[in-house]
Design a protein around this ligand. Structure first.
Ligand code: GAR
Length: 204
């Protein structure tokens, strides 16, 4: 079986991208990264990928006439790099049905809450405002809904008295760095079976 080629999309820091790179280096994930794409020229992930010798490009949304043109450029970069699995790692843009259809069932996302609770761009703030005692992170397949597709893995962390957005985010991020490589490992090893539009079975 030929190796999966990952296309990683990031908007900022890229710490999840780096945890995936480390898991490839260690042999946990038997795949390679074909390309890293950011939507912002200043994204730190861009430089980190380039330093690791990975093809990295910025597709600047502001330089595209509309969302369709932006996504067509993303898809064309991904296809040109031979990408077989798209990994959204802190990519802070909503993707349209056109993009989802281009890589149907082959797009993963990480979200820093226990979906379906606290979707959206301010998960930690919303968790603290609501007062839940646990939070966590979710890896899911991407479908047309925001933070909506079938869930692959979740893990929890406690929410502690006195937590701020930063302390909670750091506790969740430590879990993200373990969970995302694990989910990608399951995908590339062919161990994820989509039973229907909500349920994923993990094969032994
Ligand atoms: C991560 O916490 C990720 O879960 C979150 O952005 C952060 C990116 O950090 N994603 C979302 O909020 C998506 N809605 P990173 O750039 O260091 O990986």
């Amino acid at each position: 079986m030929s190796k999966h080629i990952l296309g990683i999309l990031c908007s900022g820091r890229g710490s999840n991208m780096q945890s995936i790179m480390a898991a490839i280096s260690s042999g946990q994930i038997k795949a390679e990264i074909g390309i890293v794409i950011t939507d912002k020229p200043e994204a730190r992930a861009l430089q980190a990928a380039a330093e690791a010798g990975i093809r990295s490009v910025c597709v600047n949304r502001r330089e595209c006439v509309d969302q369709q043109a932006f996504e067509e450029r993303l898809v064309s970069e991904l296809k040109a790099a031979g990408v077989t699995l798209v990994v959204l790692a802190g990519f802070m843009r909503i993707l349209s049905p056109y993009f989802v259809e281009s890589y149907r069932h082959r797009i993963l996302n990480i979200h820093p809450s226990l979906l379906p609770a606290f979707g959206g761009a301010h998960a930690h703030r919303d968790v603290l405002a609501y007062g839940t005692r646990v939070s966590g992170c979710t890896i899911h397949f991407v479908d047309e809904g925001m933070d909506h597709g079938p869930i692959i893995l979740q893990d929890t962390v406690p929410v502690l008295d006195g937590d701020t957005e930063d302390t909670l985010a750091a506790r969740v991020l430590a879990k993200e760095h373990i969970l995302y490589p694990k989910a990608i490992e399951l995908f590339v090893d062919g161990r994820l079976e989509l039973l229907d539009d909500r349920h994923v079975r993990i094969k032994e």
